[in-house]
Write a new protein. Structure first.
Length: 397
């Protein structure tokens, strides 16, 4: 699907059957998985971002002029517009009854909670500019980060529960899957883990951390660093293991846990005297949780990232910002997408039937997804022989 104007965001619907795009031509659009345009939501300004409500019945759009809009999908009419002229970030509550916004207006140091009619319910005051604001998974609390190096947790009635103070300006904060811990990264290079009561558990003794991810159960933490090897910690910050990379030769570009939590997947680039060796390929490596190397294979070009498929049986890589390749878990190349233009990331959809990239092509069908589509739509393709239908389980028309 090709979209007029620069595409600013692309997301799946909660059930994975539709795609919502936002673009600079003042439109938000909903598409089905075959690339057919289903609905268009017209705005008076370029659309910065768009998101589905948790149940998929509404969409929330944010425009470049600072407006926030809620649209009802079934009836395709505008529900309300929020009266905060310079909205910076916006998010739905899990129960989809409230919206939480921050402002980019100079001097505005608040986050605001609204109902779906556009009425202001709560104002959360801060001493510095608010960078981000999100609801907790159960909607009972809110988490905000501000320019005064604070992270604040608020109750659903707007009461300040606790504030985490960082010694330096914060870059980012992530919560564990159960929301029991919060990990923060600051300008000074410090990475800290805090418990749900706002008490600091630890400061990780690893400087210049580039990325950090929790395992699915929240019990472990995986970090990558520009000056050290990929490291696994427990949730209290206790060191567990370092992956046996040569930190002076191998630059790790990504590291993730497998969906089953039994493996670790990393991608790396060979370096020589602190310069990338462009004559060498990248490497993708699978490790067990004890740091034992299970499998490693080369990826042509400088590999930027690697991710597992939802079932953990396939791996998708991006190299040289142009090559998107799918491999099986043994390193056998399965297929490469014919990407046109630059691409920096690629992920599988939750059901594994589709691949989304940030290149000009928004969505790609995997072979498994194509077969599933064929079984559901046997009459939309050229006639197949009885032998092929029987072999692949395609119904007879």
């Amino acid at each position: 699907m090709f979209i007029p104007g620069a595409v600013s965001s692309t997301v799946f619907s909660p059930d994975g059957t539709q795609i919502l795009t936002a673009s600079g031509d003042k439109m938000a659009r909903i598409w089905n998985l075959e690339g057919k345009l289903l609905q268009v939501f017209d705005h008076k300004s370029g659309v910065k971002s768009a998101a589905f409500s948790p149940d998929g019945s509404q969409i929330l759009t944010q425009t470049l002029d600072g407006g926030v809009w809620v649209w009802h999908i079934d009836r395709n009419w505008l529900r309300t517009r929020y009266k905060q002229a310079t909205v910076n970030t916006v998010s739905f509550s899990p129960d989809r009854d409230r919206i939480l916004t921050t402002s980019r207006q100079y001097g505005d140091t608040t986050a605001t909670v609204w109902d779906l009619e556009g009425n202001r319910l709560l104002t959360l005051p801060h001493r510095g500019k608010v960078y981000s604001a999100v609801f907790s998974p159960d909607g009972s609390q809110m988490l905000t980060t501000a320019s005064d190096s604070t992270i604040t947790v608020w109750g659903q009635n707007g009461q300040r529960l606790y504030t985490l103070f960082m010694p330096d300006l914060m870059y980012s904060a992530i919560a564990s899957p159960s929301a029991k811990w919060v990990l923060t990264r600051s300008h000074g290079g410090k990475t800290a883990v805090w418990n749900e009561n706002g008490k600091p558990l630890c400061v990780l003794p690893q400087g210049s951390i580039n990325s950090a991810v929790f395992s699915r159960d929240g019990s472990r933490l995986l970090t990558t660093s520009a000056t050290d090897k990929p490291t696994v910690w427990d949730s209290s910050g206790k060191f567990l293991l370092k992956l046996p990379y040569n930190k002076y030769r191998d630059f790790v570009t990504s590291a993730v846990f497998s969906p089953s939590q039994s493996l670790i997947l990393t991608s790396s680039i060979y370096t020589e005297d602190n310069y990338l060796d462009v004559n060498r390929d990248g490497t993708v490596t699978i490790w067990d949780w004890n740091g034992k190397r299970i499998k490693a294979f080369r990826v042509p070009g400088l590999v930027n990232s690697a991710n597992f498929s939802p079932d953990g049986q396939q791996i998708i890589t991006v190299a040289d910002h142009k090559a998107v390749t799918v491999w099986d878990h043994t390193g056998k190349q399965l297929y490469t997408l014919p990407i046109q233009g630059s691409v920096s990331s690629a992920v599988f959809s939750p059901d594994g039937n589709w691949i989304a990239t940030d290149s000009n092509k928004v969505l790609w069908l995997t072979p498994e997804g194509a077969l599933n589509w064929l079984k559901k739509n046997p009459g939309k393709v050229a006639p197949l022989s009885a032998e092929i239908r029987e072999a692949y389980g395609v119904p007879v028309r």
